[in-house]
Design a protein around this ligand. Structure first.
Ligand SMILES: NC(=O)CC(=O)C(=O)O
Length: 309
């Protein structure tokens, strides 16, 4: 059996679960205040007993290339090695791990600027925590596609001035689903979602922070597209809009089902959304429109066939 086939065979049975999406507000220059506020909102979300809680992109720092190196923390996560929260140098990781344990929920910790000590590279990194074993850090995703755009008169943004792109697709298993990860601009690259879906992910979750130019046009369109073309649940969680910030996030955190139906959508302020994720919709979509069995890899290549790094 190939590595890809054995990964697929080990995908957890998809069970119903409750998702909480925190569209976090008041993200400012004071990192300690950002962490304190995020912790309070995680505990608030936890009171409704979700199975999985999600924070937005760049939740502990203002969003901008000048800020990333200043706020970057050493996470020190190595895939496959046991992670010791006690010895972690990252105050954000410590807070998130403790909050996951306190709520009893899995936690996708949005993203934070991360500095890899061995290379001095800075990444935009998502960290994921299990609620047991002292809220352990189970995986990370480093934003693969850096947000470098220039729409004259509207928005110019160059993450690559200070960030390095990640080099891996990322997913993790819970007792209720296999979840694929991306961050914001990653959603514009269908290959990443395709690889995760074909590896057995039933839901893809991308913390994100679209802006006032691309948000109205593309935020919903891209999520519904990734959901429909892969027949998976899809969600992106944004910071709330903050008029005093240099970067205006679009907000509108959202969850979409495998038929492309929007299950929940925030406005632009701070809000927590709860959604029940139902495997039946996933199974019905795949049975009724069986594209997962109709692919023509004799006509075009399967991007997921490459062994994952
Ligand atoms: N902020 C991002 O990474 C992406 C974004 O705003 C867009 O693609 O538009």
């Amino acid at each position: 059996m190939s590595a890809a086939a054995s990964l697929l065979a080990k995908a957890p049975v998809f069970k119903p679960f409750r998702l909480a999406m925190i569209q976090l507000g008041n993200i400012g220059a004071d990192k300690a205040a950002n962490l304190q506020h995020a912790r309070a909102k995680i505990l608030e979300a936890g009171s409704k007993k979700p199975d999985l809680i999600v924070l937005p992109e760049c939740f502990n720092s203002p969003y901008g290339h000048v800020h990333f190196p200043v706020y970057a923390e050493n996470i020190g996560f190595v895939e496959g090695e046991k992670y010791d929260i006690e010895r972690s140098e990252s105050e954000s990781v410590k807070m998130l791990a403790a909050a996951a344990k306190e709520t009893g929920a899995w936690l996708i910790g949005g993203s934070i600027p991360e500095r890899e000590v061995s290379t001095n590279n800075v990444y935009n990194t998502c960290t994921v925590y299990s609620p047991d074993v002292a809220g352990s850090l189970v995986t990370i995703h480093r934003k693969v596609h850096l947000f470098d755009i220039d729409i004259p008169g509207k928005i110019k943004f160059t993450e690559s001035e200070t960030l390095t792109g990640g080099t891996k697709t990322s997913m993790f298993d819970t007792p209720f689903a296999r979840i694929g990860l991306g961050i914001c601009y990653d959603v514009r690259f269908p290959e990443l979602a395709m690889i995760a879906a074909r590896a057995g992910c039933q839901m893809l979750i991308y913390p994100g922070a679209f802006n006032m130019t691309t948000g109205p046009l593309h935020w919903e369109l891209l999520q519904r597209s990734r959901a429909v073309d892969n027949q998976v649940y899809f969600s992106m969680v944004s910071p709330a809009r903050n008029p005093s910030s240099g970067y205006q996030a679009w907000g509108h955190s959202m969850a979409v089902d495998p038929m492309g139906k929007v299950l929940a959508e925030a406005e632009d302020g701070e809000e927590i959304l709860y959604v029940e994720i139902d495997p039946k919709t996933f199974e019905d979509a795949r049975a009724g429109i069986p594209v997962t069995q109709q692919r023509r890899f004799d006509v075009y290549p399967d991007v997921s066939a490459r062994e994952s790094k």
